[in-house]
Design a binder for this molecule. Sequence first.
Ligand SMILES: NC(=O)c1ccc[n+]([C@@H]2O[C@H](COP(=O)([O-])OP(=O)(O)OC[C@H]3O[C@@H](n4cnc5c(N)ncnc54)[C@H](O)[C@@H]3O)[C@@H](O)[C@H]2O)c1
Length: 366
Amino acid sequence: MEKLRFMLIGCGRISKNHITATAENKDTCVLAAVCDPVRERAEQKAADYEALTGSRPAVYEDYRKALEELEIDCCTVATESGYHAAIALDCIAHGKNVLIEKPIALSTADAEEILAKAKEKGVTVGVCHQNRFNPPVRQMRRALESGRFGKLINGTARILWNRTMPYYQQAPWRGTWELDGGTLMNQCIHGIDLLQWTMGGEPDTVMAMTGNFIRDIEAEDFGAILIRFKNGTIGIVEGTACVYPKNLEETLSVFGETGTVVIGGVAVNRMQTWQFADEAPQDAEVAQLVGADPKDVYGSGHTPLYADYIDAVRTGRAPLVSGEEGIKGMKLVLAAYKSQKTGLPVKYDDLSFSTLDMCSDDVKVR
Ligand SMILES: NC(=O)c1ccc[n+]([C@@H]2O[C@H](COP(=O)([O-])OP(=O)(O)OC[C@H]3O[C@@H](n4cnc5c(N)ncnc54)[C@H](O)[C@@H]3O)[C@@H](O)[C@H]2O)c1
């Protein structure tokens, strides 16, 4: 079978994970082009991919030129979050499949347009919520799907991290309403995605309080969210970029009538509690899981995420983190923002909101 030809759009901090992931899937895909208006960044990524695979991607400053000149099957969008929608829509208009870094977009309208246009064109959308592929998360998911938790009650996502001012000062888009959002939209969205996926994926009502305590950015550096899901379960999110002096933990806790699972470590990669009323063969596999934290908080989930996405494009099935799945974490964060802005609970289904709607809002609590 022909290898899928990928183009990477955006060669910043996260691009190394895309270089590694495409290289580690080199039997089924090839990175044909890398694009960044900062040419040296793209040149560096081309060299990195060549060092891993022996094949050198073409380098472009303008992805639109590459779309015209090259045969590409899939475009990975890894630019500043606020540019995801426009670039993804451009690629979709050219009939390309798109794999979009999180968050899929920064407004419900943009995200819905991506899904609608992709459907029209018959292309596949995937979103990079790679933590769904962490081994302890996969085991929890298996237990959930086989009913081992019994009646689900509640779940908690705690993202207790530290992002210092030098982090925010690395690039002018960070922490802005126009191109990023705050810690809920940037750092915590993975944990929020895992929570909604675990609790049933159909939120009903969202209440939140957010604030900007110590970081000199437009958006929030702390947020607390309460979610009532349509199946009655309750989700709690505690997300912060302010933990002194460094990242403390990202933890997902799941509580059912006959099961408790807590996955922690610094990036939801370490099984801490695995308790079920019944016994199952998977318990032995869980006992074998090595509880090491990943090298960085991005983890190593991009490689299996690409493998799943490539298989989905080839076979026509939906990827595990499809566009429809990827929209949910973003929408939960936007619902939290709206709740903070209005002081009221927000109905998830009726939500029409954007990070830009927060521009006039002063979330500073200093
Ligand atoms: N999945 C994860 O765990 C994870 C981790 C970090 C970042 N991200 C996401 O990845 C995205 C990028 O984050 P980052 O930290 O790499 O940012 P960054 O600022 O380091 O890199 C963004 C890059 O995109 C380039 N760019 C801008 N416009 C472009 C265009 N039109 N065409 C091509 N390139 C363009 C910029 O020049 C820059 O090099 C964000 O949306 C972020 O939320 C995801």
